[in-house]
Design a protein around this ligand. Structure first.
Ligand code: SF4
Ligand code: SF4
Length: 420
C-alpha cells in the first residue's frame, strides 16, 4: 500500500462515526432513495442512486468495522478503497449531489443521506479529492472573504449605487443596529436589487440594520467542500462581527446553504450558542406581514408559481413563510406539483454549480428536466424564488431549453409593490 493510497483510506476511516455506522447497517436496500433523486430520475443511471454514491465509504465501514467485512478483506474478496478510485468517484459525491435532502425524506429507515454525503465529502476533502471549482471557491473564501473573490471596496461600490438608486442609507459597521445583514456574493454581483429591496423594507418598517465590512459574505464554501475547520473559520467571521457590533439578529439572505450554515451548523462549528438570533429574510418578512407592516400598494396580475429552495425550505425548516408572502403580492398564486418540502432541487446546490466541467454542466442540464416538467405542467410562465444560487442555475436551465419563463426574487417583488 503506497502513502497516497493510505491517505484516502485513512481519511474515510476517520469520518466514520456512530450515525454513519448505524445508517449503513440499517439500509434495507429498498432503492426508494433513487426515485427521490433528480440525477437518477432524469438519467435512469443506477450510479446516481443516492446510497450508491456512498459506496467507497460503505466499503471502508464494512472492511474496518464489521466482522464479515474484515473476513472478506482478509480473503481478498473485497478490495481496499484506493485514491485513484476516490478521484474517479468525485462526480458522484460533488457533481451529482446537491445535498438537497429529498432522498433523506423518503428513506424508510430514516437514513440521513445528506449527512452521509457530507461525511464522505469530509474524507474526500481531507485526502485531496475535490473538484477544482469547489476547491478554488473555498480558497477564495478563506483568503479573500468570499467564493467569487469579492473584496470590500467592490461591495462598498455596489452599496453606494444602491444608496443612489433608493435615496436610502445602507449603514456600514454601525454598532447597536437591530440587524446585521449578510449577503451572498451572487446577490452582490448579479442581483443588487435585493440590497435595494432590503433597504426599502427596513426603512418602511423603521428597523435599524448594518452591513459589516469584514463579514458581509454569508456563503460557506467550507461546508460545501466538506471541511469543518474551514467552515468554522468562515462562520466565526460572522459571529465575531455580530458580537462586536452587538446586533440583536443576523439576517441570512436569499441563499440556501448560507442559511443552513449560519443558522443550523454555526453553533456546532464554534462549539457554543450565539449571543444573537439568526433569521432568514423570509422569516423577517413574514413577521412584518403578520404585524401588518408589509402592505402592498398593488398586486401582480400574471399568475405566479414558486420554487422552494431545498436548503431554506426542506432542510432549513422555513416551511410556512413563502406561500403567505407570495399571496400578498400575487393575484393568482398557483401551487406547483411537489411543492414545499417535496420540491425538486434546481440541480446546482451543495456546490455543484461551482463545477464547470463539460460533464458536470451536461448532467445539470439533464437534471433540470424535472424542473422544466414541473413548470410546464402549470402553464404559468412567471416563477418566483428566494435563493440567488437557485436563480442562476434555473436561469441557465431556461436558457439551455430556450424556455419562455421569467424568474423573480421574492424579496424584490415584495419591495417593488410595497405601499409608499
Ligand atoms: S441529497 Fe438530493 S441530489 Fe443528493 S443524493 Fe439525495 S436526492 Fe440526490
Ligand atoms: S431508501 Fe434508505 S433503506 Fe432504502 S436503499 Fe436508500 S438508504 Fe437504503
Amino acid at each position: 500500500m503506497t502513502a497516497t493510497l493510505e491517505r484516502g483510506l485513512h481519511a474515510l476511516k476517520e469520518v466514520i462515526d456512530a450515525p454513519i455506522a448505524s445508517y449503513f447497517s440499517s439500509c434495507v436496500h429498498c432503492g426508494l432513495c433513487a426515485e427521490a433523486c433528480l440525477f437518477y430520475t432524469e438519467t435512469g443511471d443506477p450510479r446516481y442512486t443516492p446510497i450508491h454514491k456512498l459506496e467507497p465509504l460503505r466499503r471502508v465501514y464494512e472492511q474496518e468495522y464489521t466482522l464479515l467485512g474484515r473476513l472478506k478483506k482478509g480473503l481478498g474478496l473485497s478490495k481496499p478503497v484506493t485514491d485513484a478510485e476516490l478521484d474517479a468517484w468525485q462526480d458522484l459525491v460533488y457533481d451529482s449531489c446537491t445535498m438537497c435532502g429529498r432522498c433523506s425524506l423518503v428513506c424508510p429507515v430514516g437514513n440521513d443521506i445528506v449527512y452521509m454525503v457530507r461525511k464522505l465529502r469530509e474524507g474526500m476533502a481531507a485526502s485531496g479529492h475535490v473538484p477544482d471549482g469547489i476547491r478554488n471557491a473555498t480558497r477564495r473564501t478563506v483568503e479573500i472573504g468570499g467564493p467569487m473573490g469579492l473584496k470590500w471596496p467592490a461591495v462598498a461600490n455596489v452599496i453606494r449605487k444602491v444608496e443612489e438608486a433608493t435615496g436610502l442609507k445602507v449603514p456600514v459597521d454601525q454598532a447597536g443596529a437591530d440587524y446585521l445583514v449578510l449577503l451572498s456574493s451572487m446577490e452582490i454581483v448579479n442581483y443588487p436589487e435585493y440590497i435595494e429591496a432590503l433597504a426599502k423594507i427596513f426603512h418602511k418598517a423603521g428597523i435599524s440594520f448594518t452591513v459589516a465590512s469584514d463579514a458581509f459574505e454569508a456563503t460557506n464554501a467550507g461546508i460545501q467542500i466538506g471541511n469543518s475547520d474551514l467552515a468554522k473559520v468562515i462562520v466565526s467571521r460572522i459571529v465575531d462581527a455580530a458580537e462586536r457590533l452587538k446586533v440583536k439578529r443576523v439576517l441570512s439572505p436569499e441563499c440556501g446553504h448560507a442559511y443552513m450554515a449560519i443558522r443550523w451548523e454555526g453553533p456546532n462549528l464554534i462549539g457554543r450558542p450565539y449571543a444573537f438570533e439568526v433569521v432568514h429574510v423570509l422569516e423577517l418578512l413574514d413577521e412584518l406581514r403578520g404585524k401588518g407592516m408589509l402592505k402592498m400598494k398593488s398586486k401582480i396580475k400574471d399568475p405566479l408559481i414558486l420554487h422552494d429552495p431545498c436548503q431554506i425550505v426542506r432542510r432549513g425548516g422555513v416551511l410556512q413563510a413563502p406561500e403567505p408572502l407570495i399571496q400578498e403580492v400575487a393575484e393568482r398564486y398557483i401551487p406547483i406539483a411537489d411543492k414545499q418540502k417535496w420540491n425538486w432541487c434546481c440541480g446546482g446546490g451543495g456546490g455543484a454549480s461551482a463545477i464547470h466541467t463539460e460533464e458536470a454542466e451536461a448532467l445539470r442540464a439533464k437534471a433540470f428536466q424535472v424542473k422544466k416538467r414541473q413548470i410546464e405542467s402549470t402553464g404559468v410562465n412567471t416563477m418566483v424564488t428566494f435563493c440567488a444560487n437557485c436563480r442562476i442555475v434555473i436561469e441557465e436551465g431556461f436558457d439551455h431549453y430556450q424556455m419562455d419563463t421569467r424568474l423573480l426574487g421574492l424579496t424584490e417583488l415584495l419591495a417593488e409593490h410595497l405601499e409608499e
